[in-house]
Design a protein around this ligand. Structure first.
Ligand code: NAD
Ligand code: MG
Length: 292
């Protein structure tokens, strides 16, 4: 059976809407598809142990649900105020019969980054997939409107958080393990309104390539995913100006925004043995916007 990718998932045509940071999936209008009733697993990650930051909502939630349906035990990290979103994901993981753990906290806190990894290892009995997915995205009209405080906060979450969690995780990773970063089309085509965020996505893309060659000698693969526009709570929680919420993602050649579940396969592939020779790659999932 053939499915037309333009219409396989509903076109997102959101009205203007705003939520306080970090935003909740359950309050998005329309609702995004995180795979609850659409993702089907086939045992591709059987017995693996995964930690996903920002696993409560959006892309991270879709990855968490997919990993569990592929046979992995999963721990998710998120901010305490996102518990309602996290509960939905934890329930979906438990329904697969896999183990689900949650460790809420703030990635701006260095001690949390370290304890998150240690508690995950204790709970899962090890760690072999790390998905660095949490990020902060707050728009500003231009560089002069980015306050020093906002600049600092974005770098703390996106860069320092990923660095510290990865640093704490590496000693636990055995050959066959996988680290995946969430970069962005913004790494290549920065929006004028997202200068600070976009530079962190370019940095993570670069880090994943350097780290990939550094760790493959230990049998650990590192890769990135670079999504185009996906409908998630990041966008209406000060992630975009209101005029970009209306019609969000419709500029992509495919003509619509992506649903988070449409990224799940990329993260499953990169974590699985099917990607054994895929090292230091950035997998663009952009609905047709070219990436280098
Ligand atoms: P999302 O809001 O659902 O996920 C981001 C998560 O980051 C939040 O759920 C939150 O748990 C976490 N986070 C933010 N600040 C934090 C902090 N201080 N401490 C701990 N956790 C914190 O949105 P999403 O779009 O699914 O984002 C997931 C990833 O995808 C991000 O890295 C984002 O940059 C990337 N991305 C998204 C898009 C898109 O169009 N949605 C495009 C390209 C890349
Ligand atoms: Mg969230």
């Amino acid at each position: 059976m053939l499915n037309d990718p333009r219409t396989l998932f509903p076109k997102v045509d959101p009205p203007k809407q705003s939520q306080p940071e970090p935003g909740l999936d359950i309050k998005l209008s329309p609702q995004a598809d995180i795979g609850l009733s659409s993702y089907q697993g086939s045992g591709r990650l059987k017995g693996r142990k995964a930690l996903i930051t920002g696993g409560d909502s959006g892309i991270g939630a879709a990855v968490a649900i997919a990993y569990a349906r592929e046979g992995a035990d999963v721990a998710i990290a998120y901010l305490p105020e996102e518990q309602a979103d996290a509960d939905r994901v934890l329930q979906a993981i438990e329904e697969t019969g896999q183990k689900a753990f949650s460790f809420p906290g703030d990635l701006r806190d260095p001690e949390y980054c370290r304890s998150l990894v240690q508690e995950t290892v204790n709970a899962l009995g090890g760690l072999d997939i790390l998905v660095n997915n949490a990020s902060r995205q707050v728009w500003a009209p231009g560089l002069t409107e980015i306050t020093d405080e906002n600049f600092d906060q974005t770098l703390q979450v996106n860069l320092y958080g990923s660095f510290r969690v990865t640093k704490a995780a590496i000693p636990h990773l055995k050959p066959g393990s996988s680290i995946i970063f969430t970069s962005s089309i913004q790494a290549y085509q920065p929006s004028e309104t997202l200068l600070d965020y976009a530079m962190t996505k370019a940095a993570l893309n670069n880090l994943s390539k350097g780290l990939a060659s550094s760790l493959i000698g230990d049998g650990i693969r590192v890769n990135s995913v670079a999504p185009g526009p996906f409908w998630t709570p990041l966008q209406p929680s000060h992630g975009q100006p209101q005029e970009k919420i209306e019609g969000f993602g419709q500029h992509a050649p495919i003509g619509r925004a992506g649903h988070p579940v449409e990224l799940a396969g990329a993260y499953v592939f990169l974590a699985s043995d099917e990607a054994s020779y895929v090292v230091g790659e950035t997998l663009g999932v952009t609905g047709g916007t070219p990436t280098p």
